[in-house]
Design a protein around this ligand. Structure first.
Ligand code: MTE
Ligand code: MO
Length: 504
């Protein structure tokens, strides 16, 4: 029961923390602070394993993990408090103070970042003091007044009440997330300017009609999300500024209104995560609205010996992009729109970068706030400090979507279909091998451009039995996708996607 008192008290503390954070700053919620610090401090292998195991559910998995550790620690604190009064309370306050200190070190810490964790520790400690005071079997000096009442039932009622209170406070905290609500409503009220140069509608024959095949354009709600932000950063467009500085002749500063007034262009670009495994779904294709970064850099006039742009987000993430990829004729964008809408909050609202041909970790900074023109030998970015390559061109890849791996299909006329990509270099063909037969050319849909993935399909007379299907792409430059299998780290997975199908 002392352990139970500890757990219920921790729930009160967590609730107080979330409630305070809801009013002060969502990113300073104790869970966000501890989780964020763990994400940044975790060794590369741990992070890579988390993404490999949990994919886009990695954040939920981390929060569950923190919860489990917290419950264990709280139970222990309860047991200590029952044996040595104040020891558990002190533990709560110390943990809260530690998290408060951690909160101040987070890149997006506001002035009151320390408050939620401190309040959580104090609230939890106070609850523990009260609950242990009414433990049924413990004749504490201050329990004398309740000498007739401290039954097991009474204790359980109070402990249960404390737990419910904790949950209620946490719910209230998430409702109060003032920042998120305000920014979400600003976003909802926005109407984006019309592009000076709209994306041409996809050419006829770009989208194949095959059920189960990834759609040519990925809807925002299905677009994969990968980032280090446990709480989605909330950036109000009215206060958004982009600073371009470093090795430039002239510093440039840009506000939201100035950005909107520029002649915006629309382009369709496939974005992929370097953590995407062969056959994986950390990839999507969207129509982006934005302004070419090239034009902004032209205003700033980078020094001749600069070769990298270090972009920083509102929450302290950084990416190092080759200067060349931002100044050459590809349309690297400072994007504000995704598939006809303002960027969704989780995809970088109000402004992010999108660079055709490069993995997200070296180019696609969301909630972007700062561009520093520099050199690869002078600056390091978030993931390059964690064992990933400095440069990350997206590798030539292809995927089988239909039939679904591991599912059975009926014998007879079937279709094999998928997507292939090598953004910026393009795709010139896809080949398919069934069992150990010859490689056959698949029908390639018309590409939107070299910057997007391409759908493909091949008819198949499926005979009963177990089959293995493999695919490989041929790049725009004639290169065939390598069979050599490599894991995502350090610069992207390679190998052929292969699926097993049972035909009956
Ligand atoms: N601010 C910020 N931007 C970021 C990241 C991040 O962690 N923080 N992750 C990058 C990575 S690794 C990828 S793959 C893309 C994913 O963009 P998406 O979530 O919109 O699909 O965002 C990039 N931009
Ligand atoms: Mo990524």
């Amino acid at each position: 029961m002392a352990a139970l008192a500890g757990i219920a008290s921790a729930m009160v503390g967590a609730g107080v923390g979330e409630l305070t954070a809801g009013f002060v700053a969502a990113s300073s919620s104790p869970f966000a602070v501890v989780g964020g610090a763990l994400i940044d401090a975790a060794p590369a292998w741990a992070k890579d394993t988390a993404i490999a195991w949990f994919g886009t559910a990695d954040k939920a998995a981390l929060l569950v993990g923190i919860g489990v550790v917290l419950i264990a620690a709280a139970a222990l604190a309860g047991l200590c408090e029952a044996r040595w009064r104040r020891s558990g309370v002190i533990a709560f306050v110390v943990i809260g103070a530690g998290a408060a200190g951690l909160a101040l070190t987070r890149p997006d810490a506001g002035m009151l970042a320390w408050l939620p964790a401190l309040a959580a520790g104090a609230g939890g400690g106070w609850a523990l003091h009260l609950l242990v005071g009414i433990l049924p079997w413990r004749p504490a000096p201050d329990a004398a007044a309740h000498a007739d009442l401290p039954t097991r039932r009474r204790f359980l009622a109070w402990a249960g009440g404390a737990a419910v209170l904790g949950v209620a406070l946490a719910v209230a905290g998430s409702v109060a997330r003032a920042g998120t609500a305000v920014v979400a409503s600003v976003r909802d009220a926005l109407s984006l300017p019309h592009p000076a140069t709209p994306a041409p509608s996809p050419p006829a024959g770009a989208a194949l009609d095959v059920p189960g095949l990834a759609p040519l354009i990925t809807p925002n709600s299905d677009f994969y999300r990968i980032d280090t932000a446990l709480v989605v950063p909330t950036v109000d467009p009215a206060s958004w500024r982009l600073r371009i500085h470093g090795m430039v002749e002239e510093e440039v500063e840009l506000t939201w209104d100035e950005l909107l007034a520029l002649p915006l262009i629309e382009t369709t670009v496939t974005l992929s995560c370097v953590s995407n495994e062969v056959g994986g779904d950390l990839i999507g294709n969207a129509v982006w609205l934005g302004y070419p970064i090239r034009e902004l850099l032209a205003r700033a006039r980078p020094a001749d010996d600069a070769d990298m742009v270090l972009s920083t987000s509102a929450d302290g993430f950084t990416a190092g992009t080759p200067l060349e990829a931002l100044t050459d004729d590809r349309d690297a964008l400072l994007a504000i729109g995704m598939n006809g809408e303002p960027l969704p909050l989780a995809h970088g609202f109000p402004v992010r970068m999108v660079v055709p041909g490069l993995y997200g970790y070296v180019s696609a900074t969301k909630w972007v706030a700062d561009l520093e023109v520099t050199r690869f030998d002078r600056a390091r970015a978030y993931w390059t400090d964690r064992g990933w390559s400095e440069r990350g061109p997206i590798k030539l890849q292809s995927r089988i979507d239909v039939p679904r791996a591991g599912r059975g299909i009926d014998a007879g006329d079937a279709v094999i279909a998928g997507v292939a990509w090598q953004p910026h270099a393009g795709i010139s063909g896809v080949e398919v091998q069934i069992d150990d037969g010859d490689w056959q050319r698949a029908e390639l849909a018309t590409a939107i451009s070299d910057d997007t993935w391409v759908q493909w399909r091949m008819p198949w007379r499926a005979a009963s039995g177990d089959h293995r299907i493999r695919c490989r792409a041929i790049g725009g430059d004639g290169e065939t996708q390598t069979e050599v299998s490599a894991p995502p780290a350090p610069d992207g997975a390679t190998g052929w996607h292969e699926i097993a199908v049972r035909v009956s």
